[in-house]
Design a protein around this ligand. Structure first.
Ligand code: NDP
Length: 446
């Protein structure tokens, strides 16, 4: 089997040069699937793996716009429609200068398995642009979003492809994108998720990824008779996912002592309470400032240019970006007694870091399971839009919690069936894959 993996990966690398993140994401999945493939030779015969790593369709387009000085700017837009075997393509849009095709293929590929785990009927996709919203005026962001949608609107629709937010795309951007789609298509449908409450959004959607990651950590800790109560937690990032992870961890009795952005981390040993979190939300979502201002306001430590993984903790929540926990960070976490890592971000741990966690037998929840609460609640937003109904906060939160428990149960079942105790990476990949594979087999060569 390892021979098969080796030649499969060699081929993939040759066909996808300069896409290291995509290769990294596929490698992890393919290695995990070895025991499944052994039981199902028909997957090999039907070239299922060769098919599953190629997106069904990829769009790359020009996005020209005028800045506030009246100068022409131009960015590249993308939408990768990866797999629609179990539902319409679904996955976020990322606006960040580092966005390229390889990054979006990694995210789209991960999304396929994550969406499958949610138990909801959603295929996988991802999109975005190398546009940097940082430092742009609201007017410039609107101009960009309108131009981006002028092209994207041809490919999306409530039963075709339903984008959402991701890094750099929050409520403001979804508003501008939705407004332009509505104008071009002349219809009011649930074509994007993460919408405002007054115009088709779901309660709990902004909170969902951070809450879900915390619920998943709670479920993992439960398997060892532990809870979040009294635990010290480190969180990275200070955007959407990080903010609501802090809120839920605190609510469940934990104490969060760090946050970060691309300039560095704050370390507040007293804990980030509700009042301090409100300051962070205003700083990041309204003033669009830097996390260092927290350290200035609350007189705590600012670790310039550093990630928070050197800070002693019981539980860690990487909630910023891919590959933000390397092997040294992982060793530091384990050495400092960290018992559980729940990934709010997508692929924040490098493969070497994941190996450290698995060898140390700490509880490690990979992003495709642990951060699936965001897209799951997007799925709930789609259901409410189709029903033309709005569920209460309690109802959505309860469903979200139920879905995170169901994802944990699917992982636990795969661990039993495939004898990979405590290996949530392998279990999540297997459980997510099986449903997609069976659907693809049933639908023939499409
Ligand atoms: P936001 O844009 O709201 O926040 C991102 C945060 O991460 C910011 O604090 C940002 O700092 C930091 N960050 C981004 N890039 C880097 C970098 N290269 N180095 C260090 N810090 C960085 O995004 P979200 O909170 O929505 O997303 C965070 C992660 O969670 C991403 O991996 C995303 O794919 C994943 N995710 C998000 C979901 C959602 O529902 N939003 C769903 C599932 C996963 P700065 O401001 O300095 O850039």
């Amino acid at each position: 089997m390892s021979e098969f993996v080796q030649s499969f990966m060699q081929n993939l690398k040759a066909k996808n040069p300069s896409q290291p993140e995509f290769i990294q994401a596929v490698q992890e999945v393919i290695e995990s699937l070895a025991p499944v493939i052994e039981r199902h030779p028909e997957y090999i015969e039907c070239k299922l793996l060769e098919r599953i790593v190629i997106p069904e369709r990829t769009m790359i387009f020009r996005v020209p716009w005028l800045d506030d000085a009246g100068k022409v700017q131009v960015n590249t837009g993308y939408r990768v429609e990866f797999n629609s075997a179990i539902g319409p393509f679904k996955g976020g849009l990322r606006f960040h200068p580092t966005v390229n095709l390889g990054i979006l293929k990694f995210l789209g590929f991960e999304q396929v398995f994550k969406n499958s785990l949610t138990t909801l009927p959603m295929g996988g996709g991802k999109g975005g642009s190398d546009f940097d919203p940082k430092g742009k005026s609201d007017n410039e962001v609107m101009k960009f979003c309108q131009s981006f949608m002028n092209e994207l609107f041809r490919y999306i629709g409530p039963d075709t492809d339903v984008p959402a937010g991701d890094i750099g795309v929050g409520g403001r951007e979804i508003g501008f994108l939705f407004g332009q789609y509505k104008k071009l298509a002349n219809e009011f449908t649930g074509v994007l998720t993460g919408k405002g409450l007054a115009w088709g959004g779901s309660l709990i959607r902004p909170e969902a990824t951070g809450y879900g990651t915390t619920y998943f950590a709670r479920e993992m800790l439960k398997t060892r008779g532990e809870s979040l109560k009294g635990k010290v937690a480190t969180v990275s990032g200070s955007g959407n996912v990080a903010q609501y992870a802090v809120q839920k961890i605190t609510e469940l009795g934990g104490k969060v002592v760090t946050l970060s952005d691309s300039d560095g981390s704050i370390y507040d040993s007293k804990g980030i309470d509700a009042e301090k979190l409100a300051f962070v939300m205003n700083l990041k979502n309204v003033k669009r400032g830097r996390i260092k201002e927290y350290a200035d306001k609350y007189s705590c430590e600012f670790l310039a240019g550093k990630r928070p993984w050197g800070v002693k903790c019981d539980v860690a929540f990487p909630c910023a970006t891919q590959n933000e926990v390397d092997v040294n960070d992982a060793n530091a976490l384990v050495k400092n007694g960290c018992k559980c890592v729940s990934e709010g971000a997508n692929m924040p741990s490098t493969p070497e870091a994941v190996d450290v966690f698995l060898k140390a037998k700490i509880l490690f929840g990979p992003g495709k399971a642990a951060n699936a609460g965001g897209v799951a609640t997007s799925g709930l937003e789609m259901s409410q839009n189709s029903l033309r109904l709005s569920w209460t906060r309690e109802e959505v939160d309860q469903r979200l919690d139920g879905i995170m428990c169901a994802i944990h149960t699917q992982c636990a079942n795969a661990m039993d069936e495939y004898k990979c105790k405590d290996n949530y990476v392998m279990a999540a990949n297997i459980a997510g894959f099986k449903k997609i594979a069976d659907a693809m087999m049933a639908q023939g060569l499409v």
